[in-house]
Each structure stands twice: as C-alpha cells, then as structure tokens.
Design a protein around this ligand. Structure first.
Ligand SMILES: [Cu+2]
Length: 174
C-alpha cells in the first residue's frame, strides 16, 4: 500500500485529473465548534457540528462492558468499499478533528489509551516520540491510497479506533 498526502494548491491541480476515477471515503465527525471545551483536546476545526465534548465522552464506552465503542458520528463513510485492482481511494477528512486512516492487519486499539479502553493496541498505530504519522489526515486534508493488492484491506483511525473501514480489491465478476 502507498499513501500520499495531498498538500497545497499546486498538487491539487495535478490531482484533479485523477479525481473522477478514484473512489472516495469521507472521514466524518460532528464536533461542535461552539463548545469551548474542545479546545482543551486540540480544538474543533469545522464550521458546524452538534457534538459537545461532554456528549462525546458520554458515548465513548459501552455501558455493558466499559470498552470503547465511540460516538457514532465519528465514522468513515462509506466504511466498506470494493474497488478494482489499480484503483485509488481518496480519503478526505470532512470532520473538525484530526484522524488517521491507517492500514492494520487486525483491528485494534489506537494510541490514545482513554479512547481505546478494553482494546488490544494495533501495532501499526504505535508512533515513536516526535514522529509524524504519514497516515494522519488533518481537518480538510486528503490522503490518497494507492497500490492496494488484491484482497481485503483494513483501515482504522489510530486516535478513535472505532472509526474503521475495509476496502476489498477484486475484479468485478463479468
Ligand atoms: Cu479519528
């Protein structure tokens, strides 16, 4: 798998050509930018949204197991996609929070322990101190996923591990 960050207006022009052919996944959250408490955890960079940090925390865990299940508005859409071999997927963060779109062998927890209660960490989410995650997608940014081999690929957010996606690469049956 290869991921490519799309940064700056110059690159955008080059990539417009490929936009029509690529499948798309939207990374979504609905953080409320008018809730000042989001600032204490990195802010909420969207124009509108209706989920306060209090509500996000209230819906974070399952009341039955106290394991993380996560707020349903933090999600990837679609979360399942079939593509043809050689096809690219453009993943755009349309939320107001930072997310990652990280390929993992097995779904697991992320690297923010309070958001991954009861989950075994996915090793792909580990990050050395000071390292930049190449699969991070800031609000408004796009990640292009290319060169996926045949089969089922699992992706998750390493911050909010309930944000999952699976991409199946297979030629369509005639
Ligand atoms: Cu996330």
């Amino acid at each position: 798998m290869r991921t490519q960050k799309l940064l700056g207006a110059g690159l955008f022009v080059v990539l417009v050509v490929g936009v029509a052919a690529a499948e798309k996944i939207r990374i979504l959250d609905k953080c409320d930018p008018t809730d000042p408490t989001w600032a204490s955890v990195g802010g909420c960079l969207r124009e509108e949204g209706d989920v306060t940090l209090d509500e996000f925390n209230a819906l974070l865990v399952s009341p039955l197991s106290l394991a993380t299940v996560g707020h349903p508005s933090w999600r990837n859409e679609p979360s399942y996609l079939r593509i043809e071999p050689g096809e690219a997927v453009r993943v755009r963060n349309e939320g107001g929070r930072g997310h990652t779109f990280t390929e993992v062998a097995t779904f697991g927890g992320g690297r923010v322990p309070p958001l991954s209660r009861g989950l075994t960490p996915a090793p792909e989410c580990a990050l050395a101190p000071g390292a930049v995650d190449p699969t991070a997608v800031a609000p408004g940014a796009t990640l292009k996923v290319t060169e996926l081999g045949a089969g089922l690929h699992r992706f998750q957010c390493c911050i909010h591990p309930w944000m999952r996606a699976a991409i199946r690469v297979t030629a369509e049956a005639e």
